[in-house]
Write a protein of this length. Structure first.
Length: 309
């Protein structure tokens, strides 16, 4: 067993919700089993899932030792831009799914990590070792990987508390009206297509907040920088569609007749800032746009060399 301790920084409605926020890579059902097994205490007493959490409360949970990792190592090309004993920062290529799941038994980032790295955290379970946060299969760019449970929990807290900054560059269809702004909506499952996400009425989804800033305009398109305040599934792609300017190349939320022959959306996680989980040092990483993205920009008359990250 491994014991993890968390001190609440603010009031929370329920203990199970708070713990799910602390252990972001555990499913709700897995968290529920921790409570059912008597593995969670609040201020030294056995906790119920529904009990309230107040600022200053100490929640302790005992996690079963991780099972043998189910995903198998695979020699897949991987761009590791930084690595130490606690974390690795990866510049993921377009087309690479992050972790093993339904329909993805191999050929994922996790398979590549198992081949390249000696250690990965076990908090995420057997199919998601090391994975603290995700980006879509056809989105390229930076994400951080935890090499041990200490790092994993610390990084998950940063994402929860919004101290981990993530910026994305996207090429949007059309000429975005405003130079900058903030989109605040609720995002949930599309009631007409459960495979998709959509902007939904309050109470039907989770709050999603995205800042945007126009970088350049050319050829009837807009190069835009997005910054995430929340991390909802497909958030930037859904918000781009909500603005009336979907991401170029997006085969789910984009226009039907695409001008360019692409393998996915022109959306790139270009900048990642975080506090090192052990030293507390503020670290910043950037990843330049991939060649296929740059080629489209040049064809449209953008100044690709002047792109800021």
């Amino acid at each position: 067993m491994r014991t993890l301790s968390f001190t609440a920084a603010e009031n929370c409605v329920r203990a199970d919700i708070y713990l799910s926020q602390c252990l972001r890579e555990m499913t709700r059902s897995a968290v529920k089993k921790l409570f059912e097994g008597g593995l969670v205490t609040v201020n030294g007493r056995a906790a119920k899932p529904s009990q309230g959490i107040s600022e200053g409360d100490v929640l302790v949970c005992s996690l079963p030792d991780p099972v043998e990792i189910a995903a198998r190592p695979e020699d897949i090309p991987l761009d590791i831009v930084y690595e130490d004993d606690d974390i690795a920062v990866v510049n993921k290529q377009q087309g690479l799914t992050v972790h093993v799941g339904n329909g993805n038994a191999d050929g994922t980032l996790v398979n590549a990590l198992l081949f390249r790295l000696k250690n990965l955290s076990g908090v995420g379970g057997a199919l998601r070792p090391g994975i603290v946060h995700r980006i879509d299969k056809n989105t390229s760019g930076l994400l951080v990987v935890a090499k041990n449970d200490f790092a994993h929990v610390a990084l998950a807290k940063q994402i929860e508390q919004k101290t981990c900054a993530r910026r994305y560059l996207a090429l949007l269809e059309g000429n975005l009206k405003n130079d900058s702004g903030t989109v605040v909506t609720c995002i949930g499952r599309d009631p007409k297509d459960r495979v998709k996400m959509a902007v939904v009425p309050s109470g039907k989804g989770k709050t999603a907040i995205t800042d945007y800033r126009v970088e350049q305009r050319a050829g009837g398109y807009t190069l835009c920088m997005f910054s995430l305040h929340t991390g909802r599934t497909h958030q930037i792609r859904v918000h781009a569609k909500y603005l009336g300017h979907p991401v170029v190349g997006d085969d789910v939320y984009g226009i039907k007749k695409q001008r360019f022959a692409l393998n996915g959306q022109l959306l790139h996680a270009c900048r990642l800032e975080l506090d090192h989980p052990r030293t507390g040092e503020r670290m910043s990483f950037t990843a330049p746009l991939p060649d296929y993205f740059v080629n489209v920009l040049k064809k449209l008359g953008f100044d690709a060399d002047a792109v800021r990250y």
